[in-house]
Every structure is written in C-alpha cells, then in structure tokens.
Ligand binder design. Structure first.
Ligand code: NAD
Ligand code: TYD
Length: 375
C-alpha cells in the first residue's frame, strides 16, 4: 500500500499519469492535488473519477500548511510533481506567475515533504519532480536539411527519421534556459537537487521533450492547429516554421514516469524522449493532411491556412533529447511510431469535439466552480 500525491493531475500529462496509476495500482491511493487553473480540467479524468483508490483535492502547491496537513492526514509516502505553469507564450507575458508556481510552489512542496518525512526517516519515501528539456536551452541546427541520427527508437523509426544537428541534450549538459518558463523550471530543478544534496530528501528529476496526445490544452501547437484546421481558421506559424521540437506521445511519457518512480535511482536525473525531431512546418503539413483525410476533404485542401506570423521572442531553435541513459539503465522505449501517434491524436480530437468546445468556450471551469471551493 502506498499513498501518492500527484500534483497537476487535472492537466494534460498529469491526467495521463493519474489514469495509469489508478488503473495499474488498485492497492495504491492516488491523490490528485490540483489548483484547477485555466489548464486544469477534471473532465480529463471522468473515466476514473469514481474509483475507490482515487481522490481529488483542490489545492495550490504554494499552500505549505495545506500540503503538510494533507500529507499527515493521508500518510503520504510519495509525490509525483507535475503542477506547473507550462506555456512559454504566457510566461513571456506574465513571468511572475511562473516564478510563483514553478519555483515557490516546488519549494513549498519540497519543504512540506521534508518536514513530514524527515522525523520518520527517508526509507520508502520518494519525491519525483517532472521537468522539461527546455532547461538545457537551444541546440544548433547544423544541418537544416536533416541527417541520419545516431540513435533510433520505435517512435523515430517511421517514415520521417532525421536529426537536424549533431548535438543532443544529455543529462550532464549545462542548464541554459531562455524563456521565463524554462528559467522557472530550471530553478525548480535546482531546488529539488539542493534538497537531495543538503537534507537527503529522496528525489528524482526527469526532463522530457515535447509531449502530444489527447487532453492537451489547445494553446499548444498540436491541439490548437488540429482545431483550427477543422474550423478552417488560420494557422499562426511563428517565424519561418523552421524550429525543431522532439515529440513524444504522452502515454509513453506516463509509462516512463511509472518506471522511473518505481525503479529510478534516488538522486539521479533521466532524460525522456523518443529521438523524434520535427520542424514545426513539417508537423503542420502532416496535421493538415491527416485532418483533411479524416474529414474527407480533398488532399491538401487546407494548406492555405498556413499563416506566417511574427516570431516568438527568444524562440529556441532546436530541442533534441538523448534518452539513451533511460533506455540503457531501465529498459524504457517509446511504444508508438510517430505516424501512429499523430493519427491517434488527430482522431481523438476530432472524435471529442465536445471536450474541445467545452475548453474553448470556458464552460469546463464554470462546471467545477461550485463543486470545489478554494482553500
Ligand atoms: P498543463 O498546463 O496541461 O497542466 C498543469 C496542471 O497544473 C493544471 O492542471 C493546473 O491546474 C495545475 N496547476 C498549475 N498551477 C498550480 C498550482 N499553483 N497548484 C496546483 N496545481 C497547479 O501542463 P502539462 O503540459 O501537463 O505539463 C505538466 C508538467 O510536465 C509540467 O511540470 C511541465 O513543465 C512538464 N513538461 C511538459 C511537457 C509538455 O510538452 N507539455 C514536456 C516536458 C515536461
Ligand atoms: P508549443 O506547443 O507552445 O510548445 P513549446 O514552446 O513548449 O515547444 O510550441 C511548439 C512549437 O510550435 C514552438 O516552436 C512554437 C511553435 N508554435 C507556433 O509556431 N505557433 C503557435 O501558435 C504555437 C502555439 C506554437
């Protein structure tokens, strides 16, 4: 029997992690601790919300006393920490909220875990912090036409199989964040390591590449563009669309989190990614082709929706994760080829227009407003 708090469980990745743990571990008690910001949506968890091993608590991670009280009341022995402000464009407009939640919130959680666990000893306890590859900054694009990459996984073994440079993010790389989002995440990673090195708190940090899949808030590239293509709205491509991101299907990330939470080495760091680099413009063309095909529109009918707009300030050129440590040491591999993952994802958004309408109209927030009062 374990009792685990998953923070940010009403968000995109958190909801997949909560679902996986609730389904896979009926003997665990899973507590979803979430403030329900604009990005939190309990409709993401409707299929498991009545399970006896699941509980939702509306709380801000910055609420040190509240978290400590909850840990004591529930005898919590594990924390998987995903709650964060996560959108780069928002961080450019409002960096304070990012520092508050991502830095102060993480510090508050660390201090609550230390306060509760230290007197009883660290045995069996675990604080797992979920971070991003964006903390490493941007990689050079040494070959814009793409080269055969030195690594491969199932995710990257489809039709498209390219690297756009010879350097990759490895765990020992210096942190060089550029956006307020990644600076705040980098800072939270440093605090987590400091709590391990200073007090002995049993921590693990993972840095993952861009995720895609069902339940992602439609401010992020893939769900936003699927929805816009469906409604024939312009697709705002930042700059020239040449920026490269490394994409991983969200359920593969959740499986990695499960594996690392149970088998990862305390105090260690693992990079998570599928060696699956794509230029934005190429992904966008795949999305247009897939949506048009699934909706029975003529092939390429919506290519003219592509609209080049002013580039994002400080836009990182290329992200590419080297996840060979995780593959070598814990045997993790992504399960899906990218083409399969994108097809599944587009189908999910087209089949779940109610979910999308609920989010874009803001109704999802009204629905839960009366069910949970703020602490
Ligand atoms: P998201 O924005 O979809 O969800 C964030 C969740 O955290 C929401 O449910 C929100 O209500 C909650 N939250 C925000 N502030 C809170 C607070 N102060 N107290 C309690 N809850 C709060 O984010 P996501 O894309 O699912 O990302 C989850 C985590 O994974 C983040 O830590 C992010 O940095 C990291 N990550 C994301 C990606 C990605 O591609 N999305 C990639 C790598 C790492
Ligand atoms: P995003 O999904 O915001 O993730 P991140 O910034 O964390 O990588 O963006 C993915 C890429 O798509 C990024 O290079 C920015 C670009 N982008 C656009 O070109 N237009 C858009 O409207 C959005 C949201 C993103």
């Amino acid at each position: 029997m374990r009792t685990i708090i998953i923070t940010g469980g009403a968000g995109f990745i958190g909801s997949h992690v909560v679902r996986l743990f609730v389904n896979k571990y009926p003997d665990y008690k899973i507590i979803n601790l979430d403030k329900l910001t604009y990005a939190g949506n309990l409709a993401n968890l409707r299929d498991i919300e009545d399970r006896p091993n699941y509980k939702f608590v509306k709380m801000d991670i910055c609420d040190f006393e509240g978290v400590l009280e909850l840990m004591r009341a529930e005898h919590v022995d594990g924390i998987i920490h995903l709650a964060a402000e996560s959108h780069v464009d928002r961080s450019i407009k409002d960096p304070f909220t990012f520092a508050q939640t991502n830095v102060m919130g993480t510090l508050s959680l660390l201090q609550a875990a230390k306060t509760y666990w230290e007197p009883m000893g660290w045995e069996g306890k675990r604080f797992y912090h979920i971070s991003t590859d964006e903390v490493y900054g941007a990689l050079e694009m040494t070959d814009p036409s793409g080269i055969e990459p030195p690594f491969t996984t199932k995710a990257s073994s489809g039709k498209h199989h390219l690297a756009y440079g010879s350097k990759f993010f490895t765990e020992d790389l210096k942190y060089q964040p550029h956006s307020p989002y990644s600076a705040a995440k980098a800072s939270s990673d440093h605090f987590v390591r400091a709590f391990h090195d200073t007090y002995g708190l049993p921590t693990i940090v993972t840095n993952c590449s861009n995720n895609y899949g069902p339940y992602q808030f439609p401010e992020k590239l893939i769900p936003l563009f699927i929805n816009n293509i469906r409604h024939r709205k312009p697709l705002p491509v930042y700059g020239k669309g040449e920026n490269v991101r490394d994409w991983l299907y969200v359920e593969d990330h959740a499986r990695a989190i499960d594996l690392i939470f149970h088998k990862g080495v305390i105090g260690d760091t693992y990079n998570i990614g599928g060696f699956n680099e794509w230029k934005n413009i190429d992904i966008i063309k795949v999305l247009i082709g897939t949506v048009d095909r699934l909706l029975g529109r003529p092939e390429g009918a919506d290519m003219d929706l592509i609209t080049y707009v002013t580039d994002r300030a400080g836009h990182d050129l290329r992200y590419a994760i080297d996840s060979s440590k995780l593959q070598r040491e814990l045997g993790w591999e992504p399960s899906l080829q990218f083409e399969e993952g994108i097809e599944k994802t587009v189908r999910w958004y087209l089949d779940n227009q109610d979910w999308m309408d609920n989010v874009t109209s803001g109704d999802y927030q009204k629905y839960y407003e009366n069910m949970y009062s703020n602490r």
